[in-house]
Design a protein around this ligand. Structure first.
Ligand code: SF4
Length: 283
């Protein structure tokens, strides 16, 4: 009788766990819509590729939660949260590698080391990614250089930033990303077919003209789903989960690192990013 009672209890727990997982996958999609994560031009939220990517990302979020539960880690600590973000970044890289190297659709990426035309735009990130980058660069030269180089970029709209033509404060003197290991989802999934097109788009935007950059949709879709996962995760823990601007948010954290603790206590402390981006096009 007792054994049967345990089995019933076990079945109930499994059913509840399955419901939580199903709700989580659905929430990834909802987060894309609710948080206002931009999706590729011309794509609907119901596009099967987006639904598929959200499902994959939702499963990875499950895995991340499982690992956390098994290790009894507490979500309200910076190392645990940044560790989860890094784990999801690793999963995204794996997925992108599959898309580029083994996918069914032809993806011939023109991006290469030292090419950084795309590093001259405002970058939209989840709050957790900004925290990860601020923590990673808190006590080294990258952080000091960031302070010097970010001043002229703070609070610029997407359009003003494009006209200004200044690179990301994390781009080093050899045109390489100094935070490559912890770079945001947006940078990881921005894969373009032709650097010459990126350069001409950069020049047009700098002259104040409308410009469109071509990049591949599939990696972008996966990136969208992973951004949503990071936001859904913050939402689940009761933290502010807006998308924010990379440069101004890292600058805010560097000015007052205690703001992270306030975020972890559920306060809304970061300025959400406003959108005026006009150069988004997929191929
Ligand atoms: S974080 Fe790195 S990859 Fe992203 S815009 Fe800055 S320099 Fe470029």
């Amino acid at each position: 009788m007792l054994e049967r009672g345990m089995r019933v209890g076990e079945a109930k727990r499994k059913k509840e766990a399955a419901a939580v997982k199903a709700a989580r996958a659905k929430r990834v999609l909802t987060a894309i819509e609710e948080v206002g994560i931009p999706i590729p031009t011309g794509m609907e939220y119901s596009d099967p590729r987006l639904v598929d990517a959200a499902r994959t990302a939702g499963k990875l979020l499950d895995l991340a939660f499982d690992v956390m539960e098994k290790s009894n880690a507490r979500a309200n600590s910076v190392p645990v949260m940044t560790g989860l973000a890094m784990q999801l970044h690793g999963n995204l890289d794996y997925l992108l590698d599959h898309i580029v190297n083994n996918g069914g659709s032809p993806v011939s990426v023109g991006c290469h080391e030292g090419c950084a035309w795309c590093c001259h735009q405002n970058v939209e990130v989840s709050i957790l990614e900004a925290i990860l980058i601020a923590v990673e660069t808190a006590h080294d030269e990258r952080g000091t250089k960031f302070d010097e180089r970010s001043q002229s970029l703070l609070s610029l709209s997407d359009r003003e930033r494009a006209v200004q033509g200044e690179p990301c404060p994390f781009l080093d003197d050899r045109n390489k990303c100094s935070i490559y290991k912890v770079r945001p989802v947006a940078c990881r999934s921005y894969l373009a077919p032709d650097p010459r097109q990126c350069e001409s788009s950069f020049r047009l935007a700098k002259e104040g003209h409308e410009s469109e950059t071509q990049f591949y949709a599939e990696p972008q879709i996966s990136g969208t789903a992973f951004k949503a996962v990071l936001d859904a995760m913050a939402f689940d823990f009761g933290y502010q989960h807006d998308l924010v601007d990379l440069v101004s948010t890292v600058a805010t954290i560097r000015k007052d690192p205690s703001i992270i603790e306030r975020w972890l206590s559920g306060e809304k402390v970061f300025e959400p990013k406003s959108h005026d981006s006009h150069f988004v096009q997929t191929t």
